[in-house]
Design a protein around this ligand. Structure first.
Ligand SMILES: NC(=O)c1ccc(N[C@@H]2CC[C@@H](O)C2)nc1
Length: 239
């Protein structure tokens, strides 16, 4: 997969490509991350990329020409990060991870000229209902969520236990030492009994989801085992 990120601050992405799983995926050529400096496509001596808004008001708007030039010949799905977009979730990240190429526009100031969105943007994506100074962090978050789902980037078993992979929140994780300042690890995880461990983890996911994000359970199909565990959870809560 190729991910192009259009930004006024290319250096912002240096560390993103230099660490851990993303770095390894780039080295293995599972993904190519191409950071594009929008300013390289601006005209004139000052390479102006922003200008005052028609209709007045505070702030600046990113000009259409440099963006449209940077997008010329673009083949991939074009994404713009903004609070006006559809909420990013694991299902959308999964869908995007099957694309051959995506281009993410990271905006700045008050945003980009609407004509760029109308003519070139396939999908506007929001991380949530809050405003950031720029689209660079959302571009990184979206890229991270997608890259880790590219087959081979992480072990299949890892993402199959992802939060939301099965539509539930993640179960708790523990590692050595087995006891730390009197805090113990749940016995079942030390039992080596994998069926019991898997069942305990599923029950923890169901319990957490029911408690913290009950809306995720609405309309979800439950397996026979999940129904049994939900019944146990509800009985335990009544005690
Ligand atoms: N919630 C979000 O995902 C989000 C995305 C972008 C953003 N800010 C940029 C700067 C100007 C405009 O391009 C949009 N804020 C919040």
């Amino acid at each position: 997969m190729k991910i192009n990120i259009l930004t006024l601050f290319p250096e912002f992405f240096n560390s993103f490509k230099e660490h851990s799983i993303i770095k390894r995926a780039v080295e293995r050529e599972q993904v190519e991350i191409n950071i594009v400096n929008i300013r390289d496509f601006a005209e004139g001596k000052h390479k102006q990329c922003d200008d005052i808004p028609f209709g007045g008001g505070a702030g600046m708007v990113m000009k259409p020409e440099p963006l449209l030039k940077a997008l010329e010949g673009n083949k991939g799905k074009v994404i713009y990060t903004s609070p006006q977009g559809v909420k990013l979730n694991q299902v959308l990240a999964c869908e995007l991870s099957t694309e051959k190429e995506i281009t993410i526009i990271a905006g700045h100031y008050e945003g980009i000229d609407e004509r760029v969105i109308d003519s070139k943007v396939d999908l506007e994506i929001s991380l949530g209902d809050f405003v950031l100074t720029g689209g660079e962090l959302p571009a990184m978050v979206i890229s991270d969520a997608i890259i880790r789902l590219i087959p081979g980037v992480i072990k299949k078993e890892s993402y199959e236990n992802d939060s939301f992979y099965n539509g539930l929140l993640d179960y708790p994780h523990y590692t050595r030492p087995a006891e730390y300042e009197g805090l113990k690890v749940p016995e079942v995880l030390m039992s080596g009994h994998h069926k019991n461990i898997d069942e305990w983890r599923l029950k923890q996911s169901l319990e957490r989801t029911l408690k913290r994000r009950p809306e995720l359970l609405k309309g979800r199909e439950f397996s026979k085992l999940e129904k049994k565990l939900l019944k146990e959870i509800k009985e335990e809560q009544e005690i």
